[in-house]
Write a protein that binds this ligand. Structure first.
Ligand code: GTP
Ligand code: MG
Length: 324
């Protein structure tokens, strides 16, 4: 039983770049995430309208290696514009793209790559996890297009998305429109949305830097993506096989799709005075993201407490909060 990952646009692929080493560390070569080859092959498709970032990630090999057939790129980025990402410059699906002169839309190539991955799933396809930014043209536009196509092609499979909101001060004047449009696609088509804000990721990364808790030299997109990977791992790697529908079952109502993930290191509880629950809540209360929210609008929560391990990722606790 395997999960397929679809990383779209620069941010989506860079999130994959942070996530796969962590998955490999947790489940080296396990068939729920890796196809057994000479070098284990991530069950992931890397899609971007410009080739540079994807080619670099696909060429990296750290005990595992991406399948070259799982890479779909075009000639030029989508200029931070949802419409260009959504249409790919094709006036109709069969017309040649005015952006990169290709006859076959990028989403068709991405879907073909995905079909190969799904057909190769060990014991069946258990669900899809997508990642992309809501600010970029490829992430928001092509990400939304692929959401439609994947929902259509695999209607019964859980579809979970990890989208990233752009920094609110914003570097792209179109980003508000991109975000609004792609959020409405997410509400319509995804089963679950683990929403991240770059503002919060940056604040947390800076706080970890200041306290010496960060494994990174400075705050960067890589350190922010590292936080996303760290949050996701406890939920993607339970003792048993990864089953996204179990994650989604925490939602009390199907239409409540938006959730947030948090993780923190927990000190062992002092048993005479403190329960494990209290130790967990104290640790999470120290994270920047929880403090900025208050807890008045939490509908449901899922908590994963993990034991000590001699790895960079542990010990970690993660709490998932659903907001209306
Ligand atoms: N968290 C995070 N955010 C990123 C990363 N890369 C870019 N972003 C943010 O994502 C937004 C831009 O999206 P990109 O993913 O670069 O754009 P794209 O999807 O490739 O789309 P186009 O380049 O416009 O075709 C900005 O708000 C960036 O700050 C990343 O690796 N991690
Ligand atoms: Mg780009």
């Amino acid at each position: 039983m395997s999960t397929v990952f679809l990383h779209v646009g620069q941010a989506g692929c860079q999130i994959g770049e942070a996530l796969w080493p962590a998955l490999f560390q947790e489940r080296p070569g396990y068939t729920d995430f890796f196809a057994p080859r000479l070098l284990p092959c991530p069950r992931a498709i890397l899609v971007d309208a410009e080739p540079k970032v994807v080619e670099k990630i696909a060429a990296s090999s750290d005990g595992y290696s991406f399948d070259p057939r799982s890479v779909a790129t075009a000639q030029s980025g989508r200029g931070g514009n949802f419409a260009l990402g959504y249409t790919g410059g094709h006036s109709t699906p069969s017309a040649v793209s005015a952006l990169d002169g290709a006859a076959e839309p990028l989403w068709t190539r991405a879907l073909n790559a995905m079909r190969l991955q799904v057909e190769a799933c060990h014991g069946g396809h258990l669900g899809t996890l997508m990642s992309y930014s809501l600010g970029g043209g490829t992430g928001s536009g092509l990400g939304s297009r692929l959401l439609e196509e994947v929902r259509d092609a695999y209607p019964k499979m859980p579809l979970l998305v990890t989208p990233v909101l752009p920094i609110s001060s914003g570097e792209n004047p179109m980003q508000c429109y991109n975000v609004l449009l792609s959020l409405s696609w997410l509400q319509d088509l995804a089963d679950g949305v683990l929403l991240y804000e770059n503002d919060s990721l940056m604040a947390l990364s800076e706080a970890e830097q200041a306290s010496g808790a960060s494994g990174f030299e400075s705050t960067s997109l890589a350190s922010m993506n590292g936080i996303i990977a760290r949050d996701l791992i406890p939920h993607l790697c339970p003792d048993q096989v990864c089953d996204l529908s179990e994650l989604l079952s925490v939602a009390p109502v199907g239409s409540m799709k938006f959730a947030q993930l948090f993780s923190a290191g927990v000190k062992p509880p002092r048993y005479e005075t403190q329960t494990t629950t209290k130790a967990v809540l104290e640790a999470l209360g120290g994270t920047v993201r929880l403090r900025s929210r208050g807890d008045g609008n939490v509908l449901a929560a899922r908590c994963v407490v993990r034991g000590m391990r001699a790895t960079a990722l542990a010990p970690k606790t993660s709490l998932k909060l659903l907001k209306p």
